[in-house]
Structure formats: C-alpha cells, structure tokens
Design a protein around this ligand. Structure first.
Ligand code: F6P
Length: 542
C-alpha cells in the first residue's frame, strides 16, 4: 500500500459515496430505466469481445463518477503499475505478484530482483509443449511400453481448481483419446474413485504443488506411487510421475527426477497459477496451441486492465460495482451464474480466487478494518440454479448481486437448446431487475390473498457478460477479468490480496490431532471439551 494514501473511510470519494448512497438506495431500476430510455445501451461497455452490461445495477451517473473517483483516490493506478513492474506488493510474504508475466509475450522483459523472468517462463512453456505433444501423440510410453491414456492431476487449491476448471471449460477442445482425472481431497475416496477403472501401466500422475509439502497432495502422491508400484517396479516412477513445483529439493526427495519437473516461481500465487507449469494437464488436454491461445486471452485482458481508462476498464468497473454493494448496501454475497455448461467449475474456481485473496480483516499495515472486505462468491450453471436457489434471489430478504455469463454461439448446437438457454439468461436478469408489482399481479387476475406471494419486488442488480463463443482465448479473458477485479477491490480495501495466512491455523491443529487419532495408547487430550469428546468418540468407533 502506498503509505501516502489516507485510510479508506477518510477518502473524500468514500465519504461522498456514503452520502450519495442515502440518496439513491431507494431508487428502483424501474425508475432508472423509465427515466432514460437509452440506459440499456449507455451503461454498457465493450472490450476484447466482451459486452459488459451494467445497466441493471442500482447506480446513477453520479454513482459511477464517485466510484471512479474512489479508484483514483485509492491509488489503484499506481498499484496496478507496481504489480506489473514486479514490485513486492505481497507485503506479508515479501514477494512480487507476477502471474501477468506468465502470459507476457517473449519480447517483453520483466525484472524480479534484477533478473528478467521472461526467458525462464518461455523455456518452461516450451518444455511443457514438448512433453504435452509427446503424451498427446502416444509417444510418451509407460514403464511397460504401453501408451499413456490416462492423466491424473494430484493437487489442491490453486494446484487443482485452475486445472480442473480449465479442463472442464475447454473440454470441447480436448484430446478425446485421453482420460483426465483430478484428485485433491485427502479423503481416500477421491483417489480410490479416480483410479478404480484405470490401468496403472497407462497412467501418468502429475503431482502439482507449488511447495511440494502440502499434506493432502503429498499423501495422495504417495498413495498414487504405492498404487502404481503394486503392478510395476520402482523404476516406473520415472515414466509415470512428473512434478509441477517450485521446490526441486522436495521433488527429488519424493523420487521424481528433476528432468521430469516443470518449474515455476515464488512470485506466482497458488490461486493465480493456472498459466504456469500448473497448467500442464490443461496443455496436455487441449494441446500447446490452444494453451497459448488461452494465455494470449489472459494477456489481452492484462493489457486492457493496465491501460484502459477506468470508465471503460472492465475489471475496474466490475470490482467497483462489487464494492458498491458490499460496502454500501451491505450485500454479503455475489452469485456467479454461467449460462454455459462447460463453465460448471468456474464458480468453485472463483471461490478460491476471490475469497482466499480478499477474505482479510486487517489492512496492509495491520490495522483492523472498520469496513467489509471480500463477499462470498458462489454459483451454479444456469439453468440448473433457476430450479434451485433463484427463488431466494428473486423473493428472499437478501440482496444478492448476480453475474450472468453467456455466449452468443453454442459449442454444441442442438435444435432449439441455445435459444432457450439464452432466453432464460436474459429473462432472469430482466425479472430480477424489474420484478412484478402487486398491481401487475392483480391485473393478471391473481386473487388478493395470493398477490403478496406472486409479487416480485425487483431491483435485484446484475451484470450480464456476453461473449461470442467459449474459446481458449475467451476463457483467458474471463479469468483475468475476475483476477483483476479482485485486485481492484483489494487495492481499494488496502489489504494484501496475495497472502493466505487464514489457512494456517487449521493445518497446525490438524497436525497436532493426527497422532492423537493414530496412537495405540489412549492419548492425554488437552483440547477444549468438545474437541476432546469428538476425538474420544472417533477413537472408540474406528
Ligand atoms: O490453501 C492454501 C494454499 O496454500 C493455496 O493458496 C494453494 O493454492 C494450495 O494451498 C496448494 O498449495 P501447493 O500448491 O503448495 O500444494
């Protein structure tokens, strides 16, 4: 955080927004649209093939002006530059934050501690491409000479969610002769079910872990090795295991030759790592050309975020709109609703990206915040969500801003399916915004006693993100859009969006409990009475 920036709530724009909020909070989208017939065209912006409609937000021109002013007063522009230049903006870990370098073209130069990182990045990408091509062509043979047909990615958090989301999102482009599985949970069921129908001699394990010490991943990796070596000799590890990591020493210790390791660097955060070596499973699935096209999509959004004026800057606008509801309307969550089946894991991916990044309660300098930070992100693909939780969004007591994501062209055109899908996404945004008044319900002949139940208050805000087609480049743009909107919010909230100390305490306590569950002799338990009782009950029952 630039130290010359005032505390957020002392900024003039913040205070102006507080006053402005009191003026506009009761305004209804019906009035806003009635007052300006062109609103639906004016409150939109388009960049990189993304049509971004924010007209169905509870904002006036003044709201947008003040939010943009807030971005300026918060020093967002300078902070963006600090990130792109490789300054150590991850303050608590004293690290640069350079996922943007992972998708920068070869001719760029980005220095970290005086060293240009671009050649290293491209050398790993080239090595990944060589390996991916071999696996895809059936030239990377297993220990017994059989062709590799199954790829199992073992990782957790950013070492799983990015790969599995991208695999599902780009499934249309994948090599259909290869089977992909993703194992993350320490629950043995995850591994057991992933390999139950696989032949070890045809299976490649990708052990994805930035640190190569994560309990879940290392436990699953050892189980995978035991499983593979049930039918093959220990020399099979060389052909059946590769590592994606920053930690060569631990990779070696596990028994993987570092020739079969694809490296990355401490300035790539786990949840920002899908463009690094962590993307190897994606590259094997879709091929190097598609992977590079995805990186190019990311890069285009990076450039847009870095250079576009905030009023036309998609990630900045998205971040500011989220902040408007989070900090002024006290909205607690944001629903992400992709009307695209291939994006079914996108909400889960976004949960780590947004909540691990912005789930913080102190500023950079350690001051406890007196305002809200990261909202809860959640969602499901449309139209499934419509028949499940949308009722609450339409008629419940909570304000839930929604992101609708849709594509003009379907990847699987089938009869009327796509028109029906798109009719639904447009209708949902319309129904949420405008609702149905009691007069309208009454005019439809609804009996008076039923009218309150059939009235839709409306004024439920949403963004509609409309793109042409879900291509690898489109996916890159979409993910980077969210990455940078998270950055925008974190910068304004003056927090460190790039650490995750909150996951540590549970890890430490689990480490203490493990021997208490495994020891043959009854352990002396010194936890609280609830934890003690749970441990005793488990020991008795197991
Ligand atoms: O959950 C904490 C975390 O450190 C995430 O940030 C990270 O993505 C995940 O664990 C996995 O870490 P690693 O890649 O080091 O195994």
């Amino acid at each position: 955080m630039a130290s010359d920036i005032k505390p957020l709530t002392k900024l003039a724009a913040w205070q102006a927004l507080e006053t402005h909020y009191l003026k506009v909070r009761e305004l209804h989208l019906r009035e806003l649209f009635a007052g300006n017939p062109k609103r639906g065209e004016q409150l939109t912006t388009e960049a990189l093939g993304i049509y971004f409609d924010y007209s169905k937000h509870r904002v006036t021109d003044e709201t947008i002006t003040l939010l943009l002013q807030l971005a300026e007063e918060s020093g967002l522009r300078a902070r963006i530059e600090s990130m792109f230049r490789g300054e150590k903006i991850n303050m608590t870990e004293n690290r640069a934050v350079l996922h943007t370098a992972l998708r920068a073209p070869k001719d760029r130069s980005i220095l970290v501690d005086g060293e240009d990182v671009i050649p290293q990045i491209h050398s790993v990408l080239d090595k990944m491409a060589g390996f991916a091509d071999k696996v895809r062509a059936g030239e990377w043979k297993g220990h017994t000479g059989k062709q590799i047909r199954n790829v199992v990615n073992i990782g957790i958090g950013g070492s799983d969610l990015g790969p599995v989301m991208a695999y599902e999102a780009l499934r249309h482009y994948t090599h259909r002769g290869l089977t992909f599985r993703f194992v993350s949970n320490i629950d043995g069921t995850d591994f057991a079910e992933a390999v139950r129908d696989l032949d070890a001699e045809e299976t490649l394990f990708i052990i994805a872990s930035k640190t190569f010490t994560t309990l879940e991943t290392m436990t699953n990796a050892h189980t995978a090795r035991d499983w593979a070596l049930k039918t093959m000799s220990s020399r099979a590890v060389a052909m059946h295991f590769v590592a994606l990591s920053t930690n060569a020493a631990e990779v070696r210790k596990f028994g993987i030759d570092t020739a079969n390791m694809f490296g990355f660097w401490d300035w790539v955060g786990g949840r920002y790592s899908m463009c690094s070596a962590i993307g190897l499973s994606t590259m094997i699935a879709v091929g190097p050309d598609n992977f590079i096209a995805m990186l190019d999509g990311f890069h285009q959004m990076d450039e847009h975020f870095r250079t576009a004026p905030f009023e036309r800057n998609l990630p900045a606008l998205m971040g500011l709109l989220g902040l408007w509801y989070n900090n002024f309307f006290d909205a607690q969550t944001i629903a992400v609703l992709p009307y695209e089946q291939y994006l079914k894991r996108f909400p889960a991916y976004l949960q780590q990206l947004t909540m691990e990044s912005n789930g913080k309660r102190v500023t950079m300098d350690g001051t406890v915040l007196d305002y809200q930070t990261g909202p809860v992100y959640w969602g499901e693909p449309g139209t499934n969500g419509q028949h499940s939780f949308y009722q609450l969004i339409h008629q419940g007591t909570k304000l839930i801003p929604c992101d609708f994501i849709a594509f003009v062209k379907p990847l699987n055109p089938l009869g009327r399916h796509h028109d029906l899908l798109m009719a639904n996404v447009f209708a949902q945004a319309e129904a949420l915004a405008f609702g149905k008044t009691s007069q309208e319900a009454g005019a439809e002949g609804v009996p008076a006693w039923l009218v309150p139940h059939k009235t839709f208050e409306g004024n439920r805000p949403s963004t509609t993100i409309l793109m042409d087609e879900l291509t690898p480049a489109a996916l890159g743009k979409l993910v980077a859009l969210y990455e940078h909107s998270v950055f925008t919010q974190g910068a304004i909230w003056q927090i460190d969006s790039f650490d995750q100390w909150g996951v540590e305490l549970g890890k430490v306590l689990a480490g203490r409990i493990v021997p208490e569950l495994e020891n043959k002799t009854e352990p002396e338990l010194n936890h609280d009475s609830s934890t003690n009782a749970l441990i005793r009950r488990y020991r008795k029952g197991k």
